[in-house]
Ligand binder design. Structure first.
Ligand code: ADP
Length: 882
C-alpha cells in the first residue's frame, strides 16, 4: 500500500504504510496503524482543521466530537506535556487520545507502548506508563476545564455585559434613592425641583429586564427617550425646592366632606373624594379605615408637584416612593410600550403618544397636515414653522421672499423654559445642521402697559376615544419684564421678547403679584386679564370662543396618532388621563397664536396667585379623573365599610369594578358601531337612531362621562358639546363614540335629568355591567351558531400549558381566530378580530399565567358557542383559582 501524505485540506481517512487507517478527531472511525517509521515521516500527517500531526490514533470506534476550542486547548496543553515529559509526537498522541475521549487505561497503555517501543524493560515501561497516566489525567482535567471555559467565553461575556448593563442604572438609582431619602427625611414635601434636577442626572437606559415599576420610574426620569421623554418639563419646577409644608406627611388635614363620593348611578362603586388643602379649615373628620387607606398608595415621581401631593395627603392617599402596588401616580411622560405595565386599578396622568402634540416639531407637522387639507382659516393658528434640517430649503425660499426684513424665532424642538431660544433676523444666525424649529416671530404682539405677555391655559383630556376635552376657566398671564420694542437692535434681549417665568424672574425689573384678582406685577390670572380686557372694550366672550376652537383643533390634530397607541398599549379605560398646558400669544388684533403644548405643565404653586389658580384646578382634575379603591378587599368587608362610609351608595362594591372600564365589545355592540361608522355617519342619520337601544358599552361610556361632568368645577367641557359636531370632519374617519356623545349632548345638554334617569334605569338592572363574555345576547346568539362548535372547542382546548411559550399561545390564538373568521359572517369577523386584538393585548400585559384565560375568553366572547362556553368556563375557573 502506498504511503500517502494527507492532502492540505484532508482530514479524511488515509492509508498508512503499515496498514490501517489514520484519523484525527474530525473523522469518526480510526484504528492504530502498526508503527514503524520515524517522527519525521509522520510530521506530514496533519489535519488541516486542527493542524495536529498524527502518528497514530486510538482504537476507539467512534470518538466523541471535540469542539474547536478543545482542539485549540489540546494543542496548547500538548506542547506543555511535550516539554515536560514526552517527546513531541508521543505527548501529542496521548493527549489527543484523551481529548478524543479514549480515556480508558488500555488505550493510554497502548499509546505508551507505541511511544516507547524500544525500551524493552517492562517494569520501567510500567512505571513510565503509570506516571504518564497520572500526568495525563491531571492534564486532561485541566484541559477539560480550560476547554469548557473557552467554549463558554462568548456566552459569559454576554452574560457579564447584560449584568453590567442592569447594574449600571441600578447603581445610579440606588445613589439617587439614597440622596432622595436623605432629602425627604429633612424636607418631607420638597420634591420637585431637586428631584427633577436629579432626574436629569439619572441614567437613560431602561432595561426590559427591570421590574415594570422600576422601568416606569426609570423611564419617567429619562430625558433622552426618542419619543416621549424628549418632552420638556415646564417652567418653574425648580422653585418648589424652596417650599416646605410642615407636618403634612403625617396629618391628613381637616376634612369637611366624606372621604368617598358616590356615583350618580347604581352599581358603580364610589370614588375617592379629593379635597383642597385649605389651611386652618375645621370640620368633622371622617377618615377611611386603615384597611382601605392601606390600598390608597400614590407613587411619587421626581416631578410630582407640591400642589398634587398636598391634595393627596388631604384625601387619604399615602405617598410612597417605591412600590409596584400604587393606585395613582403623577410623573413625566413615558414610552408608549410601558403603558402596558399599568394595571387595571392604576391610573396615571398621561396617555401614550401625546408627544405628538407635546413636541414643537410634531405639533407643527400635525397641524400643518390638517391645514393643507382644511385650509389656513381653520388651522392657520400656529405661526409658520420650519423643522430643520429637513425644511432648510423651504426656509431659505421663504427667507428670500421676505428679503430678510422679517424676524424669526429659533427653538429646540423639545425643550422648555425658554432654553435655547433666540430671536433672529440674519440667515447666518440660523444653525443649519442641528434639529431646530424656526418659527415666524409674532412681531406685533398685544401689549399691556407696553409689555408683551402670553397665556397659559389648562386643558384636561379625560378620554381620547370618545374625545372629551375640558378647558379650565382660569390660567396664567405671564409678562415680559422689559417693555417691548420692535427694534432690530433689541432682539437679543430675552427679558423683552420671551415671557417665560424662568427667564424673567431673574430680571431686576420683575415684580411678583401675590393677589390673584389684581392686574399688577408680571403675572396675572386669566380671569384678571378678562376683566382688564373687558374694561378696554374687548369682546372677551368671542376671544374665549376662539381659544376654545384653538384648543379643540390642537387636540384633534394629535388624535389620529394617539388613539391607536392607546388601543395598542392601554388595556382599561380607567388607566389614563392627561393635563396639558397650552401657551397662546395674542397679537395686536387679539388673534390667538398657538406657541406650544406642554404635556408636563408646571403646577408650581408657591405664590398665592399660583395657588389660587392651580389648587382648585388640581382638585377638580383629580375628582374628574375619578379614582376608585383598588379591588383588594373581600366582598364582605367591602359591604361593611360601605355601610359606614357611604350609606346612600347604590352598590355593594366599595372597590373598583373593572367591568365598568372594559374595552371589549360584544358582537352586537361591534355590529352597531360598524353600522354607524360605515352606513349612518351623517349627522341627520345618527342623531335619530344612535341613542335607540343603547348597548351596555354605550351606557358605560355615558355613565362615566356624566359622573365626570359633576366634578368639573372650573373646567368647561369644550368637546363634546351640542355644537362641536362640526369638528368631526377633522378626524381621520367617523368615530362612533363621538357621534354617540354628539347625539347625547344634543338631546340632554340643556336638561340632563332625563338622560341621567334613563341611564340610572339601565344601571339598576346592572345592564352596564354586561361585558361580552357574560352578555345574555351573546348567549342567545350562541345557540344559533353551532356549526363550528367542534372546531372551536378543539382549538380552545389546545390552549398551551403554562410551561409553553407565550409566542406559541399567540400563534394558536391567531390561528384559531383566523379559522373562525373563515366560518363566520363579515360582521362577526370584525368583532372577532377586535376581540382577538384585545385578548392579545391583555395576554401580553398580564404575562403568561393569563394567556390561558384570555385565550379562552377571547374564543368564548368572539364566537359565542354554547357548548364551548361551558367547557371554557370550567377552564377559566380552574386557571383563575390556580
Ligand atoms: P418654551 O417651551 O421654551 O417656553 P415657547 O415656544 O413657549 O418655548 O417660547 C418661549 C417664549 O418665546 C414664549 O413664551 C413667547 O414669549 C416667545 N415666543 C415663542 N414663539 C414666539 C413667536 N412665534 N412669536 C413671538 N414670540 C414667541
Amino acid at each position: 500500500m502506498a504511503y500517502v501524505k494527507v492532502p492540505a485540506h484532508g482530514c479524511q481517512q488515509h492509508d498508512y504504510p503499515g496498514g490501517g487507517v489514520a484519523t484525527c478527531q474530525h473523522i469518526s472511525s480510526s484504528c492504530c496503524p502498526s508503527f514503524s517509521g520515524g517522527e519525521g515521516s509522520f510530521a506530514e500527517w496533519r489535519c488541516s482543521q486542527c493542524c495536529v500531526s498524527r502518528p497514530h490514533c486510538s482504537t476507539a470506534d467512534s470518538p466523541p466530537p471535540v469542539s474547536p476550542s478543545q482542539a485549540a486547548a489540546s494543542t496548547i496543553d500538548g506542547r506543555k506535556n511535550r516539554a515536560g515529559f514526552f517527546g513531541e509526537g508521543e505527548g501529542k498522541c496521548l493527549m489527543e487520545s484523551r481529548l478524543m475521549g479514549s480515556s480508558s487505561e488500555n488505550r493510554e497503555h497502548a499509546c505508551a507502548r507505541e511511544a516507547f517501543p524500544r525500551a524493552g524493560n517492562s517494569q520501567v515501561l510500567g512505571e513510565i506508563q503509570s506516571s504518564a497516566a497520572d500526568e495525563l489525567s491531571k492534564a486532561s482535567h485541566l484541559l477539560k476545564e480550560s476547554a469548557a471555559a473557552l467554549d463558554n467565553w462568548p456566552d459569559r461575556q454576554q452574560e457579564l455585559e447584560a449584568v453590567r448593563s442592569q447594574l449600571r442604572p441600578l447603581r445610579h438609582h440606588s445613589t439617587f434613592h439614597k440622596q432622595e431619602t436623605k432629602r425627604m427625611r429633612t424636607e418631607p414635601l420638597l420634591i420637585a425641583p431637586a428631584a427633577s434636577a436629579a432626574a436629569t442626572k439619572r441614567p437613560r437606559e431602561v432595561s426590559p429586564s427591570m421590574p415594570a415599576v422600576q422601568r416606569l420610574w426609570e423611564s419617567n426620569s429619562n430625558i433622552a427617550d426618542n419619543e416621549s421623554s424628549d418632552i420638556p418639563i415646564d417652567d418653574e419646577y425648580e422653585d418648589e425646592e424652596l417650599q416646605t409644608v410642615s407636618d403634612e406627611s403625617s396629618d391628613p388635614g381637616n376634612q369637611n366632606e366624606p372621604p368617598l363620593r358616590n356615583s350618580l348611578f347604581s352599581y358603580v362603586p364610589p370614588y375617592v373624594r379629593f379635597q383642597m388643602p385649605i389651611d386652618g379649615a375645621q370640620g368633622e373628620e371622617i377618615g377611611l379605615p386603615a384597611e382601605v387607606k392601606r390600598l390608597l398608595k400614590w407613587k411619587l415621581s421626581p416631578i410630582t408637584p407640591l400642589v398634587v401631593r398636598r391634595t393627596l395627603l388631604r384625601s387619604n392617599f399615602r405617598l410612597v416612593k417605591t412600590t409596584n402596588d400604587w393606585a395613582g401616580t403623577w410623573g413625566k411622560h413615558m414610552k408608549s410600550a410601558l403603558f402596558t405595565s399599568i394595571k387595571d386599578y392604576q391610573k396615571m396622568n398621561h396617555f401614550p403618544g401625546t408627544f405628538q402634540i407635546g413636541r414643537k416639531d410634531r405639533l407643527w407637522r400635525n397641524l400643518h397636515k390638517l391645514m393643507q387639507k382644511f385650509g389656513k382659516k381653520e388651522f392657520g393658528f400656529m405661526p409658520k414653522t420650519y423643522v430643520l434640517p429637513q425644511d432648510l430649503r423651504l426656509l431659505r425660499q421663504a427667507w428670500e421672499k421676505t428679503c430678510g426684513i422679517e424676524k424669526w424665532i429659533v427653538k429646540p424642538p423639545a425643550s422648555a423654559r425658554g432654553t435655547g431660544i433666540r430671536v433672529v433676523h440674519k440667515w447666518s444666525q440660523i444653525p443649519k445642521k442641528r434639529p431646530l424649529v424656526v418659527q415666524r416671530y409674532i412681531a406685533q404682539p398685544y401689549l399691556i402697559n407696553g409689555s408683551k405677555f402670553d397665556l397659559r391655559l389648562y386643558v384636561f383630556v379625560s378620554s381620547v376615544d370618545p374625545l372629551r376635552i375640558y378647558l379650565y376657566d382660569d390660567g396664567l398671564v405671564r409678562f415680559a419684564s422689559v417693555k417691548y420694542s420692535n427694534d432690530m437692535s433689541s432682539l437679543h434681549d430675552r427679558y423683552m421678547h420671551l415671557t417665560n417665568y424662568s427667564i424673567n424672574k431673574n430680571s431686576s425689573h420683575y415684580t411678583q403679584n401675590e393677589d390673584a384678582d389684581a392686574c399688577q406685577g408680571h403675572k396675572w390670572t386669566v380671569k384678571s386679564l378678562w376683566t382688564y380686557l373687558a374694561q378696554q372694550g374687548v369682546n372677551v366672550n368671542e376671544l374665549w370662543s376662539r381659544l376654545e376652537d384653538l384648543v379643540v383643533k390642537t387636540i384633534i390634530s394629535g388624535e389620529s396618532s394617539i388613539a391607536p397607541l392607546i388601543r395598542e398599549h392601554v388595556s382599561s379605560r380607567y388607566c389614563c388621563y392627561e393635563l396639558f398646558g397650552v401657551d397662546v400669544l395674542l397679537d395686536e388684533h387679539l388673534n390667538p397664536w398657538l406657541l406650544e403644548v406642554n404635556i408636563s405643565p408646571s403646577l408650581h404653586s408657591s405664590s398665592p396667585l399660583d395657588q389660587a389658580v392651580k389648587g382648585p384646578m388640581v382638585c377638580n382634575l383629580l375628582n374628574m379623573a375619578g379614582y376608585h379603591i383598588p379591588n383588594k378587599l373581600p366582598s364582605s368587608m367591602q359591604k361593611d365599610f360601605l355601610r359606614n362610609l357611604a350609606p346612600d351608595v347604590k352598590t355593594n362594591q366599595l372597590c373598583i369594578d373593572n367591568r365598568l372600564y372594559y374595552i371589549g365589545l360584544s358582537r352586537d355592540e361591534a355590529a352597531k358601531q360598524l353600522f354607524f361608522t360605515k352606513e349612518a355617519y351623517q349627522r341627520e342619520d345618527y342623531l335619530g337612531q344612535i341613542l335607540q337601544n343603547l348597548s351596555a358599552d354605550d351606557v358605560r361610556h355615558l355613565v362615566q362621562a356624566e359622573d365626570e361632568l359633576t366634578q368639573a368645577g372650573g373646567f368647561i367641557r369644550v368637546f363634546p358639546t351640542p355644537y362641536t359636531h362640526r369638528y368631526h370632519q377633522f378626524f381621520e374617519g367617523p368615530r362612533y363614540y363621538n357621534m354617540l356623545f354628539d347625539a347625547w349632548e344634543t338631546r340632554y345638554n340643556s336638561n340632563r335629568s332625563p338622560g341621567i334617569s334613563l341611564l340610572e334605569d339601565l344601571c339598576k338592572q346592572k345592564y352596564h355591567l354586561n361585558i361580552p363574555a357574560l352578555s345574555a345576547r351573546a348567549k342567545s346568539s350562541a345557540e344559533t351558531e353551532s356549526a363550528t362548535e367542534t372546531a372551536l372547542e378543539s382549538k380552545a382546548l389546545q390552549v398551551p400549558a403554562p410551561s409553553e411559550e407565550p409566542q406559541h399561545a399567540e400563534s394558536v390564538l391567531i390561528q384559531s381566530i383566523e379559522e373562525s373568521q373563515v366560518l363566520s359572517n363579515p360582521m362577526t369577523t370584525k368583532s372577532a378580530r377586535a376581540l382577538a386584538q384585545q385578548a392579545l393585548m391583555k395576554a401580553k400585559k398580564h404575562h403568561f399565567p393569563c394567556w390561558r384565560r384570555t385565550y379562552c375568553f377571547s374564543a368564548l366572547s368572539s364566537r359565542c358557542f354554547k357548548a364551548t362556553r361551558a367547557k371554557l368556563q370550567k377552564t377559566m375557573t380552574k386557571s383563575n383559582s390556580a
